[in-house]
Design a protein. Sequence first.
Length: 210
Amino acid sequence: MARYTGNVCRLCRREGYKLFLKGRRCESEKCAVDRRNVPPGMNIRARTRRLSDYGVHLREKQKVKRIYGVMERQFRRYFEMAERMKGNTGVNLLSILERRLDNVVDAAGMSLSRPHARQLINHGHFTVNGRKVDVPSYLVRPGDVVAPREREKSLQTVKDCLTLSGEKTVPSWFVLDGPAKKVQITNNPARSDIRFQDIQEQFIVELCSK
């Protein structure tokens, strides 16, 4: 599966928005958005202009793709899934993205960032219902149990991440058992469970429906 391998701080600056792709660095004074909240590149003033309606809609779509680390083809597939589901298409889309295994691992504090969660999953450190899953895009369902593999390296890695995360507030759609180092999925994510509450999902629906 294709993925972005460049400087992730440039992505935050391009969107003018904290995407939280660098873990704790994003919450420190070293955050690129806090230090220099302008798009990357030269001649910023010459390139700064008011976005058209299409540009605003496109930037919202790009922002969400970059938050969850998905490329265009996969994003389109998620959107088609959301359209087939009952209810609001935009909310369905965000719910699907939240259910990705790499997002669950990150939201639970078992990794330092979403890209780090993706790396840990790719290296086979996690299981779902006792079976190893090395696909970051795996979609969890109610009843699933996500946990590190029963081997010293995996357990220690997750323990270290949980320690660094501290008393992290986790979403209401899953239950984190810190001592046991496992996550129990109880529901599908609701709109109120999305960490980035200011996402304008309707812009994405309008753009992708054309």
